[in-house]
Each structure stands twice: as C-alpha cells, then as structure tokens.
Design a protein around this ligand. Sequence first.
Ligand code: LRH
Ligand code: MN
Length: 388
Amino acid sequence: MAFSSHVASRLEEQAIELPSWAFGNSGTRFKVFGTPGTPRDPFEKIADAAQVHKHTALSPSVALHIPWDKVDDYAELRKHAEDHGVALGTVNSNTFQDDDYKFGSLAHRDDRIRRKAIDHHLECIDIMDETGSRDLKIWLADGTNYAGQDDMRGRQDRMHESLQEIYARIGEGQRLVLEYKIFEPAFYHMDVPDWGTSYAQVAALGERATVCLDTGHHAPSTNIEFIVMQLLRLGKLGSFDFNSRNYADDDLIVGAADPFQLFRILVEVIRGGGYGKDGDTAFMLDQCHNIEDKIPGQIRSVLNVQEMTARALLVDREALTAAQIEGDVLQAHGILMDAFYTDVRADLAAWREERGLPADPMQAFAESGYLATIAQERVGGVQAGWGA
Ligand code: LRH
Ligand code: MN
C-alpha cells in the first residue's frame, strides 16, 4: 500500500542538517582512528556531506563548528557548498578546547575569560553573516567536578549576562539555540544541565533564543518525547541534535540504539507542529562515526530519521484521539503501535524512485565508488578531527 498523497507530500518537507565534524576523525579518550580519504579541510567535509544529499535529498545543509571549520574566506566556502548543491547551516561555537576555559567560559568568574568567550561568539555571528546561517548553537562545557567548587547561583547570573551580550548581536532572521547536557566534561554540575535551565536562560533573552535538544544529553530513562512536547508547547524547541546512545553521550547513529524512542519523539514533533515547512524546529545530526565509514553512516542516519518520520506520519490521529477521549488505554496504545510496526521500507523505496532518487541510497552510494576515489585522491595533509 503506497503512502497517501498527504504522507508523501509531508515526507518531501524533511530536511536534516549534517554536522561537518561527522566526516572528520573522532573517537574516545582511548583512541581516535584515522580512515583513508578522511577530509583534511572544511571544503572536503562539505563535498562529502553533499554526497548524502545527492543520494537521499534529505540533507540540504551542513553545520559548521568554529574553529574546526575556520577558513580565510567564508564567501568562498559558501560558494563551494552551493556548487555541491548544499547550504551552510548552523554555526556551532566552541569554548571547550582552550586552556583558558578550564573553569568555564560564559559562566567563568574572571572578566577576562568571559570577555574572550563572548568575543568568540560575536565572531561566530560575524561568520553567520557571511555564510547566511540562521542559527548560532551554543553548547557550554561549563560546570564543576566537586560540590563546593564554585557558587552555582553566581555562575547562572554571569552566564545570563554573557548570553545577553551575545543575544544583543543576534540579527534579523537569526537565532541563538542553547544546548543542554546533564554531565561531561563536568562531573558534579553542568551550568546548562537540563531543558528547564536552558529554557529559563533563553526565555530571559527573548524570542530569538530557543533550546537545542541533543537526544544523547539526558539521564538514562528520561522521557525525551515529554520534553519535546513541552518545549514545542512553550514555542522554544529550536533544534534537535539527533543521535542515539546505549549508556551516555555515545553519539551513535540516530535510531540505532532505540528506534522506538526516535519514533515516539517524532510523533510528538509532528503533533506539536515542529515538523516540516510550517515547523520552526531544525533537525540536525550530531554524531561521531568512530569505527564505521562516515558518509554511509550519515546516509544510514538520515534514512533512519526518514523511516521513523514516515511511521509517525501514519499514526491514525483521529482514531487515537477518539480512543484517548474514550479512555480506552489498550486501543489508544494499540493505534500508536500499529503505526510503529508498519514496515514502510518498500513504500519509501517507491517514494524515492518516483522522485528520481535511488530506491536504496546505501547501495547506490556503495556502487558510486566515491570512497575509493577520495581514499586515492586525499593523500598527505592532516586528516580533520576534533583537534582536541
Ligand atoms: C556536546 C555536543 C555539542 C557539540 C559537540 C560536538 O556533547 O553535543 O553539540 O558542540 O557535541
Ligand atoms: Mn550536540
């Protein structure tokens, strides 16, 4: 049974931004593995990201991370992206790899350190003006490791002041998205540990400030779709960092560890008006392919999001609402599970072919020989990574 025209057209509204850093080398504290053909600069990262969009039409933009993607000429980088059929997306700041930020950045006690961190964010907004990016994404490693190490209240107040100065520079058509994370690299408290803190901080800034929800940044067994519902209800779910995890911030392929959770999250995104062309919630991947090939890893990821989106779009909302009003617990639950258990893979393959896309993008990319080509061409130089 093919998709209804409604579902088929809703699927065309999907756009999942790719993280430039997923195409570079990444790993753990134990080892960062290299791979033949790994990009050496942002231009090669964007060329690789464009391969994902070429085979899926799902990922029209690439997020940058500063300074990992620093270049002399952002207009040239923007043109390069456009020549490859993609756009430059979210600009991610980085105040987690400089010795000065050992005890924090925007929340730091020292005026000089806070000044430095604020100026880095103002530089990121200058870059957004050149790349045409909408979102400045701020994730702070700020926090403490031991109780009593610092005054948590004072840190919140200093962070607020710093964010206010950054927010004042956010221009027309631009947004600030503040990402939260429950722990790591701080192991006692993070200054933005949860959605409530991020919401409190962005609500105090203004309407162009929103929350970023990274699916790997919660305590185990957190009902993430409840947070999605609430942030959409409050009009503050600015963006997702999609990935999956079994234990902590594993940054694995989205949907790999818990496809049902991804489905439940997308059901709430659609129900809350955050999906598609009318939604205001950006979808981004934030993943690291430590051992698997990176481009196929990203293709698999966007296909996983597409597949669970298709299933979520199949939820019979009318019947579900009727069962909920009835208080028919098992009927209501059953209706949601029917959609989740609907195998949409063949319909998606047909949907792709109808739009001139390969029915099986993973196979099409494998047969393209692109990986062998870049492994051959990209000899010498330094493979890109987190530069930690
Ligand atoms: C922090 C984080 C953040 C990025 C980084 C690459 O864990 O999720 O979004 O800056 O990963
Ligand atoms: Mn993230």
